[in-house]
Design a protein around this ligand. Sequence first.
Ligand code: PLP
Length: 347
Amino acid sequence: MAASHCKELSIALAQFPRVSLGHFPTPLEPMDRLSEILGGPRLWVKRDDCTGLSSGGNKTRKLEYLMADAVQKGADTIITQGATQSNHARQTAAAAAKLGMACHILLEDRTGSNDPNYIMNGNVLLDRLHGATVSKRPGGTDMNQEMVALADQLRQSGKTPYVIPGGGSNPIGALGYVNAARELAEQAARIGLKIDALVHATGSSGTQAGLVAGLAAIQSDIHLLGIGVRAPQEKQEDMVFDLAVKTAEHLGTGVEIDRDAVRANCAYVGGGYGIATDGMIAATKLLAQTEGLLFDPVYSGKGLDGLIDLVGKGYFDGMENVVFLHTGGSAALFGYSESFELPGYTS
Ligand SMILES: *Cc1c(COP(=O)(O)O)cnc(C)c1O
């Protein structure tokens, strides 16, 4: 990685429209108590939970490019979809509010939970607080088709809708994480830190695809690892690779994507997307109680479970500095309060 590559990447990214929605650069902080407890490499956290928009998260970076594209196309209404406790939906609702656009959110019931907190609290509360129209669909619905149908309907009533795919994961949204790779590399260089590995939760794949393309563009040798939250390994890696290639093409710098740079470990999904696991609960409690950090039940908590387990298994042996990209999501904790049995309350 050389400073000149970062500069070239900045120039390549500057050709794409971008609206300002978040606080950047996000902090990069050591997690020294956790590192001491685990006894492996020094662990750091890249605080993309602090992107600022409606309690933050990784979708803000993607939305800076997606919403700019929507504005450029003259849209007045945003449509997107996600799971009930979607952090992407919440950040999209906030972005639409900030830009004065209407927002329609379609929520797929992927877990079948009837817990009132799951259905109405956490991100769902915030979607509605931001003024979005929320409607639910049963699990297994073709959500892309639902969005197309809604867009047609809105067009007939004179609106100009813009459809954002689930997770904001397409070559436009992924540019946010191409830029994040550059931001992190420059930040580490400023404090003289050599990052050996970068770990994060991977779902709809835009975050990892953007990072893969961004790290390739700056010729970084950081070992990138996604911890899956839904699909099995092969499917997840194929999805990330496919989007990384398309993102690099969209960026137009002629960067080749190496299939070997796409790594996903999908051993921490448990019962399925959005279903709590014991490992996630233990990891989320541990970080709350050793570092004062809030993670989430669907993504970052499972990612952390993977990180902690892999440190114990020696996956990072020989490495000195490992960064966990905190992709946010703590608002979802309020939708999962029943999963956490917490002692220490006396009345
Ligand atoms: C969406 C999300 C992810 C996964 O990012 P993708 O780009 O969809 O792979 C990880 N963590 C949190 C908190 C998220 O909301």
